[in-house]
Design a protein around this ligand. Structure first.
Ligand SMILES: [Zn+2]
Length: 285
């Protein structure tokens, strides 16, 4: 397709504006959880953060074509791209036909117990990517997650979307502190996965997670529930976007997640009628 110079210029201006707005938004969001400190998750206002993709990527619903079903590669220098996000080899699919629901940013006493109850009703296990300070504040919820047979995933100490840009030592310290907080609540529960907040993967963060024995875990279906688009929108995005092997990104904390909770009443009957839906294996080989 040939574009006139004017159309091309307009396109470039729009791209730059989109990138600038996206960056400003990402930075603003990244500052919120960092600035509030611990204990705020029990307040009515709570921190508001989610796993929005970097500005270059639109929230995607297309299952990954470039994900590595065999799991993360040893050589993560190659920057794979899933829906516009560089994943540096982080796993984007389950590697089997099983579909995995993942719940990020918790635990949160308002929503995590509701999510656990619905999952129990449908006899489905899921993967919970928990934030260290929330785990530290709500060890009972970590224990409830483990007691129901769900899989745990490390999601940094305080949801640092810029963690990947820090030194390997800083990254290692953050991940270890988070793992320690989870272990304090559930000493024997495996923590086999790591998810980078915001999907802001870098080579160092993927490497350190692997070095600590965790599989970097991205996703294939993102209904952007952190934008609070309503239960109907969340449910339809998930049910139309899921294919065998999909990893679905949802949130049980970080803002008003009632829409996500309500969406599960539509998502679970649909997905369980078409797919095997289960947690990622807690002890992957
Ligand atoms: Zn998150």
């Amino acid at each position: 397709m040939r574009l006139s110079p004017a159309a091309r210029s307009l396109g470039i201006v729009l791209l730059v504006l989109t990138a600038l707005l996206g960056s400003a938004y990402a930075i603003a969001r990244s500052l919120v959880p960092d600035g509030l400190g611990s204990g705020v998750t029990t307040s009515a206002t709570g921190p508001h953060y989610g796993d929005q993709p970097p500005p270059s990527g639109e929230p995607g619903t297309r299952p990954s074509r470039s994900g590595d079903p065999a799991g993360p590669r040893k050589d993560t220098g190659e920057a794979e791209i899933v829906d516009g996000i560089r994943t540096y080899g982080a796993r984007s699919t389950t590697g089997t036909s099983t579909v995995a629901l993942t719940f990020d940013d918790g635990p949160d006493p308002r929503y995590t117990p509701q999510v656990l109850a619905i999952l129990r009703d449908f006899n489905v296990t899921a993967t919970f990517c928990v934030v260290g300070e929330n785990a530290s504040n709500h060890p009972d919820l970590i224990q409830a997650i483990v007691a129901d047979g769900h899989t745990l995933c490390n999601h940094t100490w305080n949801h640092d979307v810029t963690l990947g840009a820090r030194s390997p030592d800083r990254i290692r310290a953050d991940l270890l502190r988070t793992t320690e907080a989870i272990r304090a609540a559930a000493p024997d529960a495996p923590i086999a996965y790591y998810r980078q907040p915001g999907g802001a993967w870098t080579y160092p963060v993927v490497s350190v997670a692997q070095e600590l024995g965790m599989i970097p875990l991205h996703w294939t279906v993102d209904p952007a529930d952190w934008r609070v688009p309503g239960a109907g929108h969340i449910a339809s995005t998930v049910t139309t976007g899921v294919e065998p092997g999909a990893v679905v990104l949802l949130h049980d904390a970080g803002g008003d997640r009632q829409g996500t909770v309500d969406a599960l009443y539509r998502i679970l009957p649909d997905l369980t009628s078409r797919f095997q839906v289960a947690a990622l294996p807690p002890d992957p080989t």
